[in-house]
Each structure stands twice: as C-alpha cells, then as structure tokens.
Write a new protein. Sequence first.
Length: 381
Amino acid sequence: MIQIERYIFRIALSAFLACLVGLTGTIWVTQALRELDLVTAKGQTLLVFLFITGLSLPTLIVVIAPVALFIAVVYALNKLNGDSELIVMSAAGMTPRSIFRPFLTLALAVSLGLGFLVIQVMPATFQELRDVITRVRGDFIANVVKEGQFTALDNGITFHFRERGPNGTLLGLFIQDRREAGKTKVYLAERGHAIDVDGQSYLALEKGSVHQQQKDSRDSSILTFERYTIDLAAFAPPDSDVIYKPRERSTTQLLFPDRSEGYFQLQKGRFRAELHDRLSAWLYPLALVFIAFAALGDPRTTRQGRGLAVASAVLAVVALRIAGFAATSAAARSQAAVAAIYAVPLAAIGLSALMIFHGARVRAFNARIGRALRGRRAVPA
C-alpha cells in the first residue's frame, strides 16, 4: 500500500479495534454479571466463574466484529469526508478502487480471523462450556443439598447440614445411608468439606460418629472419629450420555457425521444448516464493508448531508442479516436452500461492488431510464 492508503488503513483499524474492545467488554460484563450465581449460590470458585464467562468471548467477538468493522468504515469515511480529504484524493486522481483498497485489506483480515474463530475455536468453546456446566450441575454439594433442609435422594440417602461456613465448609452434618436393605448407617459430624483426589470427589467429615444398625437386628454400633471420608460418587445420580448439539460439534464432525447416530437422524437439517452457516460466516465482514463504502465512498462537500446515506447503509445491513438468518433457517428444512446461505452475502457484495466501481454508469443509466419514462408520460394519448 502507498502512504495515503496506509493512512486510511490506520484510521479504519484504530476505529475497528476501539469498537471491538469497547462493545465486547461491555457485553461481556453484562453476561458475566448474569453468571454471578455460580459464585454466590452454587459455591463455585472465582476461577470457575472467570473460566465459564471467558468461554463466551469467542462467540461475542464473532457477533460483534462485523458490526464493529461496519462502524469503523462508516466512521473513517465520514472523518475523511468531513476533513475534505476524500475530495482532495478524488481531485488528485485517486480512483475509488485505490481508496477502497485499505478498507478491503482490513475486511479480509477480519474475515480470516472470523473464519478461524467460527470453524475452529467456537465449537471447542461451546463443547467445553457444555462440559463445565454439566460438571457444575453435577456438583452434589453445591447444587443438590440445601442449607437447613433434609434432602432425600432416590438411592436411599438422606442428607442434611445446618449451615454453610467459610470456604464451602458444611457445619452440623447428618447423613443417613439406607442403600442396603435392612441396614442403616447414620453419619453425624461437626463439619465437613468436599475434596478432590485424582479426579474423584470425596466428603471429608471431622469430629463425628457413625451409627450403624445391623441387618435384621435392633442392635447398633457407634464409631467415633476425628476424620472420616465418604465417596461422593455414591450420592450423585448416574451420569447420562452427553449429546452435543450441532453448534457444539467440531466442523470435522459436521462434515463427516456419524449417520447411524439417532440424534443425527432426527436433526439432519440442523447439522446441514450449522455447517454451511459456519462456512459462509467469513463473507459477512466483506459484505458489510462493501455496503458501507458503496453508501459513503463518494466524496461530497460539507453542505451535502450524509445522514440519508448512513441510514441507507444501516437498513441494508439489517436487511442482509435478516436474509441471512432466513436462509439458514430455510436450509435446516430443505437441502435446496443451502445455496441461499452463500447467495445472500455474495449478492450484497456484488451489488455494492457494482455501485462502487461502476456507480457513474449505473446512475447515468438510471437517469436515462427516468427521462425516457417522463417523456412517454408527457406524450398525449
């Protein structure tokens, strides 16, 4: 790029990064506040909270980056025109192609990054998020038992604790184990806390006793202890097979799915739509840049308002996204609609390119058509 093109590129890039960081940070904070329940109510650590909320960042970037790019291009073009730089560039002989080149370079860079996130990173984060949420929900201590309540499980265990102390400690524990018919065990402890050993979860009880009633007998034995460990795997319900949704599967799994899987048989359309939606996602940053430049790339004097052009560009972007969502939805129902997923952004790019590089011819052609129509109306019948 020549020096003037690098100057335009720096303006657009700085505006893009500012919008991307600002919008992503703002939305991430609002999303993170919704997950504070993980720390306050479910007893998870701050690291788990940050990890779960951090997994949403790739998705936010994918959604926000095209919008931030569109805003950056609109800002850069308005700034260049407001400072009369577009007019000077045009008068100096710069063609629309030369002015558009730095914006196209930025759009290609964003599209490549977006494509990598959509195809490779996002499915992995969705899958990891699903696994983490499953583990959090399966945390017996954090999610099943409630403070001050007797919780009866289907497997014959009744669990109670008086209150939750600092660092997740449980105070005043009562556990009744009646899993074996005719035999009852009761655990009483002053305190207890969950520990992990080699990936297994245990409940460590302190200063208590075990009351065990013998089978077919009223006699019982009492064993006091300073520390006693119980395997929490016996408390949790049996794990069920995790079925990942299409958006949680890798792109390779979408390209080569297990066609004998029952879930795939029921959701073939969603698998197809998700795959092609990912493969077409990189086209939208390009389309938005083409639309913005087609609407605002012409140099205008400061007396000529650009509000209508900006509004037209925004409406075109909204229409493009609506058409894209409609095409994806249609592709989930019909194989024939897959082409529309690619046709929508490509049509926007083609029409915008026609306006950018051949705008004068298009306007002249429209003017001739308009004069011809007015002339025909003026001829008396």
